[in-house]
Ligand binder design. Structure first.
Ligand SMILES: *[C@@H]1O[C@H](CO)[C@@H](O)[C@H](O)[C@H]1NC(C)=O
Ligand SMILES: *[C@@H]1O[C@H](CO)[C@@H](O)[C@H](O)[C@H]1NC(C)=O
Ligand SMILES: *[C@@H]1O[C@H](CO)[C@@H](O)[C@H](O)[C@H]1NC(C)=O
Ligand SMILES: *[C@@H]1O[C@H](CO)[C@@H](O)[C@H](O)[C@H]1NC(C)=O
Ligand SMILES: *[C@@H]1O[C@H](CO)[C@@H](O)[C@H](O)[C@H]1NC(C)=O
Ligand SMILES: *[C@@H]1O[C@H](CO)[C@@H](O)[C@H](O)[C@H]1NC(C)=O
Ligand SMILES: *[C@@H]1O[C@H](CO)[C@@H](O)[C@H](O)[C@H]1NC(C)=O
Length: 501
């Protein structure tokens, strides 16, 4: 998550859009392309505008191209009342969207509090969903902004995923990072348009979860079904494959991404957080429970290949022998370290060296009921998952009832609801003034490399960085292997795509 640097970075063009009907919130906005008509949230006083295009559809000759700003007219009124299609995704995948999907998907959703007016200058929270670069979309009920848009405007940005978002093949004119450029164009759209919805473009918080010319014209023309069939799928038995996803990822291309982000660090105040048991979500579906000692070796080899032995030495099972499920815990700790803690620690250290205020949390509260449709509402499963990867999202979105959304039967406890209030207010404060300590009751100290221990009575800020050396070792391995995998998947995608032409 990060906050946009300043209005200078995204030049303001505030004159472009003018609001129309005002009063109890904003339901209709007039833009150069025509009127945008929204609707009321069913369960709160907020209003919502769904599926507004911010870019030309990235189809036909625009497939694999940088997004182009939306320029067509709406032919009168744009009815922003239907859930947006997700960008097409080639599953089956863990976070694959169930609803409609399309290549024509570059849209934003906007939720507006009832207090909004053209002069309200509310802070803005811009959501970038996760899904490992291969799945996800703004219409997922998990990201419904109706309960979050109480003190701020909420915007979510759809972006291309999988090869359509990340394939890089310069010799074919495919530069990569399409998805990154989608998000940047979405943020520019916010700069231009959000004042009309009652937002202040200077107070934008970006938050997220968590990728031959002949060939080019050929793969522009082939069907998405054919593209789908050509994509290698990650397996649980494939030697040194990463076992949980096919990776499509960002590229340091010297252009859209000028340098390695991990080296450069953030230039604006930021929060880097994680959940206590990130790794459970990847271990539970991929191994029998409880996993066996033999499974541990498989796990090490699948994830670390030639480096398996080194990781084995850093995380020997004997370190976990006092726990009820030693192999399970070892796998979870390794995945949590290398997917989350190491990266956060590195980002925080870099920010600290640069004198940029940054903040960290470990989300330690395991949701008391199923918050995502793919997760069984079974107490044993919920307990094993614990505070797993992305389990803080329902709190961050203040979606605490009718879980999983939209019509589930679970409700969070009062304590969980109070955690949601804390984190929502902390993020609103971050959007307004660049620190989570403005309007929330939390006392959330900025990270510093000498006082790394933050304690708190709630379950949000309670982490002590323990000895970091093994984590750094794991992260370095992780980063280099990820690079190797990205290249390999791109290459095999290329070969199978050639076969189609
Ligand atoms: C614009 O809308 C009118 C009716 O409202 C319709 O007759 C016309 O075909 C539309 N044009 C386009 C390009 O969709
Ligand atoms: C892609 O193929 C898989 C089967 O391999 C299928 O389940 C999925 O629905 C397909 N997705 C699309 C978008 O065609
Ligand atoms: C886990 O180990 C058991 C036996 O120890 C084996 O039957 C099973 O196939 C293994 N599963 C994986 C995913 O490696
Ligand atoms: C990990 O270490 C244990 C204990 O030394 C050993 O039995 C096992 O084969 C090792 N596994 C791998 C993948 O190195
Ligand atoms: C959820 O409930 C609302 C109102 O009761 C209904 O309109 C909607 O179709 C339901 N959605 C799903 C996915 O069941
Ligand atoms: C969270 O949502 C509840 C409704 O479920 C609402 O009463 C409350 O004001 C919201 N809290 C915040 C901080 O937006
Ligand atoms: C910790 O911060 C001090 C200055 O506050 C700096 O000199 C030192 O290099 C930092 N150490 C690390 C490991 O970041």
């Amino acid at each position: 998550m990060r906050v946009l640097p300043s209005p200078l970075y995204f030049p303001l063009v505030l004159i472009a859009v003018f609001p129309k009907a005002l009063g109890q919130g904003i339901l209709s906005v007039t833009s150069p392309s025509g009127t945008i008509q929204g609707g009321k949230c069913p369960s709160s006083g907020a209003s919502r505008f769904l599926g507004i295009p911010y870019a030309e559809p990235p189809v036909g000759s625009l497939r694999f191209k940088a997004p182009k700003p939306y320029s067509a007219g709406y032919n009168g009124t744009f009815q922003a009342t239907t859930a947006a299609a997700s960008c097409i995704q080639f599953g089956p995948l863990l976070f694959e969207e169930a609803g409609p999907s399309s290549e024509d998907c570059l849209t934003v959703d906007i939720w507006v509090p009832p207090t909004a007016s053209p002069s309200s200058q509310l802070p803005v929270k811009a959501w970038v969903f996760g899904g490992a670069g291969v799945a996800g979309g703004i219409s997922d009920p998990l990201y419904d902004g109706c309960n979050l848009a109480s003190d701020s405007i909420v915007v979510s940005i759809n972006y291309r995923v999988g090869p359509l978002g990340f394939l890089s093949l310069p010799s074919a004119g495919i530069q990569g990072n399409m998805a990154v450029q989608d998000v940047i164009l979405g943020l520019e759209w916010i700069q231009t348009n959000i004042a009309s919805f009652g937002g202040d473009p200077r107070k934008v918080l970006v938050f997220g979860q968590a990728n031959g010319a002949e060939l080019f014209s050929c793969i522009q023309k082939i069907s998405t079904n054919a593209l789908n069939a050509s994509i290698p799928v990650g397996t649980t038995t494939g030697g040194d494959n990463e076992f949980y996803v096919t990776r499509f990822d960002f590229l340091v291309d010297g252009n859209t991404i000028p340098a390695q982000p991990a080296d450069v660090g953030t230039n604006v105040p930021a929060i880097f957080g994680w959940t206590l048991e990130e790794g459970t979500l990847y271990v539970l579906p991929n191994f029998p429970f409880p996993p066996t000692v033999a499974n541990y070796s498989t796990f090490l080899v699948q994830n670390f290949g030639a480096f398996a032995q080194q990781i084995n030495q850093t995380y020997p099972l004997s370190k976990f022998s006092s726990l009820q499920f030693p192999v399970y815990s070892a796998m979870v700790v390794i995945l949590t370290d290398y997917t989350s803690i190491c990266r956060a620690y590195r980002a925080l250290s870099t920010a600290s060296k640069k004198g940029i205020p940054s903040f960290t949390y470990v989300w330690g509260k395991e949701p008391s009921c199923s918050w995502y449709s793919a997760i069984e509402d079974n107490p044993e499963v919920l307990q094993l998952l614990g505070a797993t990867h992305t389990s803080e999202i329902p709190f961050v979105f203040n979606n605490t009832v009718n879980l999983p959304g939209p019509n589930g039967t679970c409700s969070f406890t009062d304590f969980e609801k109070s955690l949601a209030t804390d984190i929502v207010q902390a993020y609103t404060s971050m959007a307004m003034i660049g620190t989570p300590n403005g309007i929330s009751s939390l006392n959330w100290p900025a990270f510093s490399n000498s006082t790394q221990y933050h304690s708190s009575t709630n379950n949000i800020v309670n982490h002590q960085f323990y000895s970091s050396a093994p984590q750094h070792a794991a992260e370095c391995l992780r980063e280099s292997r990820k690079y190797i995998h990205s290249i390999r998947y791109r290459t095999s995608f290329l070969h199978s795509a050639y076969n189609l032409c």
